[in-house]
Design a protein around this ligand. Structure first.
Ligand code: ZN
Ligand code: ZN
Length: 148
């Protein structure tokens, strides 16, 4: 597992319990963002005795500590990934892939408006949903699906 993450755990005063280790391992090995159910399923393969409540508790704790980022989707369950700094996503409704975009819209004009309200920002969400190139291609070749 990524050393950097383990160091982060220690720096935040979080104990490196086997469950948390396993959670980070599962998330770091996945090529896409996993839902909580998928995380549970993958951990259960390796640690059948672990309770679902424990996994959920650890997952939430790690989101709180910014070790894991939670991606709230309007469509379908929230998805999780290892926290890699602040960023936003283009989320595919077909395969669930979340493509990172390096720009945060909370700047410029919007930031000015927020300042005018004297508002102190706590958190914000921005996501673009649609279909990735791969899914668009598949929809074109698969005649059973309506064209996008
Ligand atoms: Zn897709
Ligand atoms: Zn942002």
């Amino acid at each position: 597992m990524c050393l950097e993450i383990i160091e982060k755990l220690a720096a935040r005063g979080l104990k490196k319990t086997p469950q948390r280790r396993m959670l980070l391992k599962v998330l770091s090995q996945s090529d896409r963002h996993l839902s909580a159910e998928e995380v549970v399923a993958r951990i259960k393969v390796q640690q059948p005795g672990i309770s679902v409540a424990t996994i959920y508790r650890n997952l939430n704790k790690m989101v709180e500590m910014e070790l894991v980022s939670k991606l709230d989707l309007h469509d379908g369950p929230a998805r999780y990934e290892i926290y890699k700094g602040h960023h936003h996503h283009l989320v595919c409704l077909g395969c669930g892939v979340a493509l990172k975009i390096g720009i945060c819209p909370l700047q410029g004009h919007i930031k000015k408006i927020i300042e005018e309200y004297g508002f102190r920002v706590n958190d914000h969400h921005f996501e673009v949903t649609g279909h990735c190139q791969k899914c668009q291609q598949e929809a074109k070749t698969d005649t059973r699906l309506p064209a996008i």
